[in-house]
Design a binder for this molecule. Structure first.
Ligand code: FAD
Length: 289
């Protein structure tokens, strides 16, 4: 265990999932138990999100610490340029170092509603790649990941421009990429192909989110800018009113999507499990992990 990038060198699909620090205190109290359950399932690594703006910095570090040192999971800690200036980034990385975290996902982050123009525009790093460059230029020994977008980033002027910007993340020091969630594999495969054409040959994990309720889909689409293929919208119209059926078919959809990607040689499957270890258990088991 150590550098996540090495996991991709074993010629096997890398299975990972995302955990976020819960907003509600009562949910936060059982996150350690969830991480312990997740460790039994045995993902290759977990990524721990960070609220841009720094609202949950302490919680994100606590979760990463528990995951790494108590649950013995490999950890990828997210860091955002919104909320981290150079000084804070160095401090944060020092803290990660102290607790044994060797992997970071650099992100610009989204602007919190409460942040003023001045605060947002005066950040030290405009884009994620600048954080990667800073970490490399300071000789800090982290394996660095970046994000990529099968439907292009919502602010990108064009798909080509977004792909060129994704390449910048890699030339700046990102050693692997994790994609935004998507429901139609063609978009991910096209992004992957376009990146390979630009000689971006780092591993790319595909972001898969099991949709287990009709309400969840609405929020997800709004936040991620992804599109919903007919197969999935049919499934929601048919089973959306029945929570048990919806859960069952939503998980099955995520399994089929992952199976297809694995058949096509995807480097990794990164599950957005909304802090529900049982989703990871069902999906990873079905995929033979
Ligand atoms: P950037 O790489 O900076 O890209 C943002 C826009 O700028 C894009 O349109 C891109 O094309 C363009 N761009 C990029 N680089 C350059 C450049 N050098 N010059 C000019 N234009 C450029 N948010 C959180 O707050 N916390 C999290 O923990 C978190 N985790 C995430 C995990 C994953 C896997 C993903 C996919 C997203 C996550 N997000 C998270 C959301 C993310 O912060 C937003 O999508 C944000 O809007 C963009 O982040 P980025 O790092 O991709 O930004």
């Amino acid at each position: 265990m150590g550098k996540i990038v090495d996991l991709y060198k074993n010629n096997k699909t890398v299975f990972s999932c995302e955990i976020y620090p819960p907003k509600k205190e009562e949910e936060f109290n059982n996150i350690h138990e969830k991480l312990t359950r997740l460790a039994e399932i045995g993902p290759d690594f977990v990524s721990v999100t960070y609220g841009a703006g720094g609202s949950n910095a302490g919680k994100a570090i606590d979760i990463a610490d528990f995951a790494k040192n108590k649950a013995k999971l490999e950890v990828l800690s997210h860091i955002t340029s919104v909320g981290f200036n150079k000084e804070k980034l160095l401090e944060g990385l020092k803290k990660f170092n102290e607790i044994g975290i060797e992997n970071v996902l650099v992100l610009r982050g989204d602007r919190p509603k409460t942040m003023t123009d001045e605060e947002y525009n005066s950040r030290d790093f405009q884009h994620a790649n600048e954080m990667a460059e800073f970490i490399r230029n300071n000789g800090l020994d982290f394996s660095i990941a970046g994000a990529c977008y099968p439907h292009k980033h919502p602010e990108a002027v064009s798909e080509d421009d977004d792909i060129r910007n994704t390449k910048k993340k890699v030339t700046s020091g990102c050693e692997f990429l994790i994609s935004q969630l998507f429901f139609d594999n063609d978009y991910f495969l096209r992004l992957q192909e376009n990146l390979r054409k630009l000689d971006v040959n780092v591993p790319i994990s595909a972001g898969i989110m099991p949709i287990t309720s009709a309400k969840q889909l609405g929020t997800t689409v709004t936040l991620s800018g992804t599109t919903v293929p007919e197969k999935l919208s049919d499934l929601i119209s048919k089973h959306g009113d029945n929570p048990e059926e919806m859960r069952k078919y939503g998980i099955e959809y995520a399994i089929r999507q992952s199976e297809d990607l694995i058949k096509r040689g995807v480097d990794g499957i990164h599950l957005y499990i909304m802090n529900k270890p049982e989703l990871a258990r069902e999906i990873f088991q079905a995929l033979g992990h």
